[in-house]
Design a protein around this ligand. Structure first.
Ligand code: RB5
Length: 151
């Protein structure tokens, strides 16, 4: 499984730490930037390459971090095929994958850190989508919404 990670300045330090953590644990992880701390960078620019890679299926699980996690969530969900959610606790980190096939987990670097972020990442990357009819039906409806409003 290919994992991708991206952050703006609000999540830069946490991205560096999580990249190292995933890499040293043997995961296939790609860093989509930011590649240096720049207080003037903008979260849509930083999450876009990761969101596109997720939508193309090049990355199976994406992790995006900004200050609160809100900005990257909003921006990533504009890319068709991305199912991004802001995660702050363990239940949603796995249930979001199991029920909703979340493929991009968003985190807030200014509101969370350390071992909590690592635990949420572990839960997210090990969770698997459950192919039950009710979940499939709901996801088809999400896809229909995306098609309805796509120009
Ligand atoms: C950047 O200052 C900050 O606004 C951004 O990282 C994020 O928190 C937006 O949601």
């Amino acid at each position: 499984m290919k994992i991708g990670i991206a952050a703006d300045h609000g999540g830069f330090d946490q991205k560096q730490e999580l990249f190292e953590y995933l890499h040293s644990n043997g995961h296939d992880v790609t860093d989509f930037g930011a590649f240096e701390f720049d207080e003037s960078d903008d979260y849509p620019d930083k999450v876009k390459p990761l969101a596109i890679a997720v939508s193309k299926g090049e990355i199976q699980k994406g992790i995006a971090i900004c200050g609160s996690g809100v900005g990257v969530t909003v921006a990533a969900n504009k890319v068709p095929g991305v199912r991004a959610a802001l995660i702050t606790e363990p239940y949603s980190a796995h249930q979001g994958v199991e029920h909703d096939n979340m493929n991009l987990m968003c985190l807030g670097g200014r509101v969370m850190g350390g071992v909590v972020l690592k635990e949420l990442v572990e839960i997210f990357i090990t969770a698997e989508y459950v192919e039950e009819e009710r979940f499939q039906r709901r996801l088809r409806k999400v896809e229909d919404l995306e098609k309805e409003f796509r120009k």
